[in-house]
Design a protein. Structure first.
Length: 320
């Protein structure tokens, strides 16, 4: 159980690579192997995983390297919030519009957002990409699946207000765990009024629901699901003082204070799109659900960048 706990909740702190020349380009034969496996008859989740990995390997090669090169041409500043780290990419012209980017599980501010910063930069937005607690160059030794991360996101938003003025506008943008974190923050009474709207890509409805889904893929009997959660949560509370029951976007979205755009790939094998459907239906404020066929986990922008970009433009034009 200790190994499982550390795999789930252990921190992923490490120096961030900002040098495009050190980005490894995956050889095409390796990608073709995963493409080939994805077409073989096998256990469906495994086949889908191979298909998803083939796309990720393509995304992590030249496209990521090119995006990182672009980011390195933008004026930027390292920001710190206590023991947390973030990188603020400035727009070319002075702007009062900001994106607060919250990354996903086992990612960091640059590995997650290098692909997306140019999209918002071309729109004239400043982009603050943060490292969650226990990730990237932030300190901390645990991941809380949105409990601590959402409180930190609100503090980052307040830092932007303090630094740049009461008249700024903030869009919170989160992927996967970052999407779940965004939703929890949007339902918090302490959310600054400068936060105008949110975009979430591939969020889960709760830690418990995501855990049950993963256990179902392993073909484990349903009667052990609550037992597993109870043990994990007991150890988690003992080590962190936090409760995984609070990692529940489905509860927070019912109290959401700003409009939320939900984006999800229909072929997501890690976090199924049913979660975004549930969240959008339960949202207490204006919401919009956009599904991308063929796209797996956090791959919608890769599959259809034109449509994705159009959605972001349309949403921000309405709510910022």
């Amino acid at each position: 159980m200790g190994i499982v706990y550390n795999m789930l909740f252990g921190g992923a702190n490490k120096p961030i690579n900002r040098d495009p020349s050190k980005v490894m380009t995956i050889p095409k034969p390796v990608i073709k192997v995963f493409d080939w496996l994805a077409e073989r008859p096998m256990y469906e989740p495994l086949r889908a995983l191979c298909r998803m990995e083939a796309v990720f390997l393509q995304m992590d090669g030249k496209p990521y390297k090119d995006a990182l090169k672009k980011c390195n041409t933008y004026k930027s500043e390292e920001l710190h919030l206590d023991k947390l780290h973030g990188t603020l990419f400035y727009s070319d012209k002075p702007s009062k519009k900001f994106v607060l980017g919250i990354h996903g599980y086992r990612m960091n501010s640059i590995s997650e957002f290098a692909r997306y910063v140019p999209l918002y930069h071309e729109m004239g937005y400043n982009f603050l990409a943060i490292d969650n607690c226990g990730a990237g160059e932030s300190e901390g030794d645990f991941v809380s699946f949105g409990v601590q991360e959402s409180a930190d996101a609100i503090r980052w938003a307040k830092l932007l207000v303090d630094k740049f003025g009461q008249d700024i506008e903030i869009l919170i943008y989160g992927l996967s765990l970052g999407g779940a974190t965004t939703i929890i923050a949007c339902g918090d009474k302490n959310l600054p009024s400068q936060v105008r709207c949110a975009i979430v890509d591939s969020p889960y409805s709760s830690f418990r629901a995501e855990e049950d889904y993963i256990l179902s893929l392993l073909k484990l009997p349903t009667k052990i699901y609550p037992i597993f959660f109870g043990i994990i949560n007991h150890v988690f509370k003992k080590n962190t003082g936090l409760n995984l029951k609070d990692a529940s976007p489905i509860d927070s979205v019912k109290k959401a204070k700003v409009p939320i755009l939900f984006i999800h790939g229909e072929d997501d094998i890690f976090v199924p799109c049913k979660f975004s459907k549930e969240l959008s239906s339960a949202c207490s404020t204006t919401s919009q659900l956009e599904l991308f066929s063929n796209a797996s986990h956090c791959q919608s922008f890769h599959w259809d960048p034109t449509r994705y970009t159009s959605l972001v433009h349309s949403w921000t034009n309405k709510h910022m």
